[in-house]
Design a binder for this molecule. Structure first.
Ligand code: NAD
Length: 268
């Protein structure tokens, strides 16, 4: 689709501001507007002023249905329950939706899948090119290495992050499990504390660090007797996620209904 109108729900958030600014600055798309949760101090402010782009005559609203009416694609980096409500609205109004929000439980994933039968939805826990390439590499490595290689996933994020392990760490765990031909849920060690006993072969372990302003570090360790393979990614700024998300939104505009991922955008 030519020059799609892109809206940003949660536009005053850390990611929301970056996304709105990037849509505004990017050729080949235009900024449709932004919403915030009811009661936010951003409601009523001009979106252009909020993102430092000067007045754009786009007042921030708490009425998402109006934005879904006028936008070809909406970007959602909000909270899990808001993301599910936005998926239902997208299905109702026919606009496409990109969900970058993480911490989605099965009930919410089911609501998103149901909405994707009626409109195009792309869900991605991480929208950077590097992480999506890493997912493919981890799946390959896990397929080649036997379970004498213990898989451990380590992630670190800024102190404000509310879900753990990160959506990206979970996606890395899923990729490793897929490579091994096992189900992650039945093989994950989510945390360790106290008398844990020895590590079980075939398990996939997670370790979570929180602090400072870290945009997102992930590494996947394959540890065997005598050697250790480490595949990792470090995001030094959130801009890399916003760039990928806006590229994906441009790709998503005008697509038929369905549930898409970054793999489809990046042709991985
Ligand atoms: P944040 O708390 O700074 O921003 C979230 C914003 O959403 C807030 O401004 C909040 O008021 C708003 N919001 C909440 N409910 C709303 C609703 N119903 N309607 C409109 N706005 C609403 O958080 P953040 O750091 O920007 O992260 C947001 C989400 O994006 C998290 O789940 C995070 O893990 C995820 N994230 C994903 C990627 C990726 O690449 N996919 C990258 C970074 C962050």
């Amino acid at each position: 689709m030519n020059n799609p109108a892109i809206g940003v729900v949660g536009c005053a958030g850390r990611m929301g501001r970056l996304l709105a600014r990037m849509v505004q600055d990017r050729d080949g798309c235009r900024l449709a507007g932004g919403t915030e949760r009811a009661g936010s101090t951003a409601v009523g402010q001009d979106l252009g002023e909020l993102i430092g782009a000067g007045a754009l005559d786009l007042p921030i609203s708490d009425q998402a249905d109006v934005l879904f009416e006028i936008a070809d694609v909406v970007l959602d980096f909000t909270s899990p329950t808001a993301a599910a409500d936005h998926a239902s609205l997208a299905a109702e109004k026919g606009s496409a939706l990109l969900i970058g929000t993480t911490g989605l439980d099965q009930g919410i994933l089911d609501r998103i899948a149901a909405a994707a039968e009626r409109t195009a939805i792309l869900q991605a826990a991480n929208t950077s090119l590097g992480v999506n390439l890493l997912l493919a590499l981890v799946e390959q490595a896990a397929a080649k290495l036997s379970d004498s290689y213990d898989i451990e996933i380590v992630e670190m994020h800024h102190r404000h992050k509310v879900d753990a392990p990160s959506g990206t760490a979970l996606a890395l765990g899923e990729a490793a499990a897929r490579g091994r031909g096992v189900a992650l849920q039945e093989n994950a060690d989510w945390a360790r504390h106290g008398q844990t006993g020895a590590r079980e072969a075939g398990h996939i372990g997670f370790a979570v660090l929180r602090g400072g302003d870290v945009a997102g570090d992930h590494s996947v360790v394959f540890a065997a007797d005598g050697e250790r393979l480490e595949l990792g990614h470090r995001a030094s700024s959130r801009e890399v996620f916003a760039q990928g998300a806006v590229t994906a939104a441009q790709w998503l505009a005008g697509r038929p209904p369905g549930l898409y991922g970054m793999r489809d955008v990046l042709d991985l």
